[in-house]
Design a binder for this molecule. Structure first.
Ligand SMILES: Cc1cc2nc3c(=O)[nH]c(=O)nc-3n(C[C@H](O)[C@H](O)[C@H](O)COP(=O)(O)OP(=O)(O)OC[C@H]3O[C@@H](n4cnc5c(N)ncnc54)[C@H](O)[C@@H]3O)c2cc1C
Length: 388
């Protein structure tokens, strides 16, 4: 049984505790069985199940509700502990529709958010490009105004849900970036592009170590109505960063879920594995490792729920979200690696829980800002503060 003490921490309210316990029970009933090897079909099924279970409505905000970052974090943490793909399906519904929840018009919110919430429409967030990953300001995908529509040309890559999404929030350059050669964070706008829009195609599907739908997208004279632009022209960078401020913290929460599962597995293994006439748990080397794992998880959880709580208080969380993501993803990688080590040969057998976790955690240190990028964000925020 995973540690639940953190549910009583002052960052969380009684409704959060109830939500986490209710979801845990739901996940026990719904996520025990694997959803098959067809990752597209598995994701579609999970989105539908999470929608009909009522969980996806927590992933969205909009006219009727504001985004509850702590609820999103608890849901991601709980789902990740049970099944990485379920966490992915939930997270992408939130990340993919986040710009609409935060900045969309009433019409945009009405058209998409209810369908995202009930699992009828699958969402995607398309920011990265082949030459613009960590360096978002190097974005080249362009949107040119032509009458009552924009014409999009360019590519996006590493797009989660690429190939199965019903709509993509796409960031493209509508003006000069403000820097050398037109690059920079200015002059970027956000658009809703529906799957099947003429001039939009899936250029390539990408296989990764923890399989989930992922693709490179191509726009070739793709027309998007002006009504599909989210927020004002040129405000796309702000839209993207505000969305990431919510979901970056939730990446930390997902890491906590993976790490807690690894610790549970390691505790069971340590108690049960007989060696040298004792059990693995009897050795102080093992005990020290378990203690480090649990301490690292709690430290990461404190940073994570602090950032989530601050955001729910309406405070700026750029630095705190970066600290949470950096610490939780790096800690989870170490915790999971230690669990694999305790399992010995069994730890690297395909399909073993700790082996799956080892593959699942890796990308979280890269996406939504690699660890090095989080360090730079933290330092930038520190240095921008008032001098003593
Ligand atoms: C599984 C997966 C899912 C993804 N899903 C999405 C999605 O849904 N939507 C989307 O838009 N993008 C998505 N991404 C893209 C992701 O955000 C980028 O991969 C990430 O921003 C890194 O960009 P890059 O891959 O181009 O690596 P690069 O920018 O080339 O960076 C490579 C490495 O350089 C290092 N680095 C970066 N900056 C610095 C620095 N200043 N100093 C020193 N070292 C540095 C980091 O270690 C980094 O990992 C996804 C990626 C993966 C792997």
């Amino acid at each position: 049984m995973a540690d639940r003490d953190y549910l009583d921490w002052p960052f969380l309210e009684p409704r959060h505790r109830a939500l986490a316990l209710e979801l845990d029970a739901w996940a026990e009933g719904h996520l025990k069985e694997a959803h098959g090897s067809d990752v597209d079909a598995a994701c579609r099924a999970l989105v539908r199940e999470l929608g009909s279970g009522g969980w996806l409505r927590h992933a969205i905000g909009g006219a009727d509700a504001s985004i509850d970052t702590r609820a999103i974090c608890l849901i991601r943490e709980t789902l990740a502990r049970h099944a990485g793909l379920a966490d992915f399906a939930f997270a992408m519904q939130g990340l993919g529709s986040g710009a609409i929840s935060l900045f969309g018009t009433e019409a945009q919110q009405g058209a998409w958010l209810p369908r995202v919430a009930n699992g009828e429409a699958i969402a995607a967030f398309a920011l990265s490009e082949p030459q613009a990953g960590s360096d978002v300001a190097a974005m080249q995908c362009a949107a040119r105004l032509d009458g009552d529509s924009y014409v999009l040309d360019g590519e996006k890559t590493w797009i989660s849900n690429g190939g199965i999404a019903d709509f993509y929030v796409v960031f493209a350059r509508t003006g000069d970036g403000g820097g050398e050669g037109g690059r920079g964070s200015k002059g970027i706008s956000a658009f809703i592009v529906e799957a099947g829009a003429p001039g939009f195609e899936i250029a390539e599907r990408i296989d990764v170590i923890a399989p989930h739908p992922l693709a490179r997208l191509r726009f070739n004279g793709c027309r998007v109505p002006v009504a599909n632009r989210i927020s004002e022209e040129g405000k796309g960078f702000k839209v993207a960063m505000a969305t990431l401020d919510v979901f970056r913290t939730s990446v930390a929460a997902a890491s906590l879920g993976f790490a807690r599962r690894a610790l549970d597995e390691a505790l069971t293994r340590a108690r049960e594995r007989a060696m040298f006439g004792k059990t693995l748990a009897d050795f102080q080397l093992t005990q020290a490792k378990l203690a480090q794992m649990a301490t690292g998880i709690d430290a990461a959880a404190l940073l994570t729920y602090r950032a989530a709580w601050m955001r729910d208080q309406g405070k700026k969380v750029t630095k705190e979200a970066a600290m949470a993501k950096l610490t939780a993803t790096e800690t989870a990688q170490q915790v999971i690696d230690a669990a694999v080590q305790m399992f010995g040969g069994q730890g690297v057998v395909s399909g073993e829980t700790v082996e799956t976790l080892y593959r699942e955690i890796r990308a979280l240190r890269i996406y939504e800002g690699a660890s090095e990028v989080q360090l730079l964000i933290i330092a930038r925020e520190l240095l921008a503060g008032e001098a003593a």
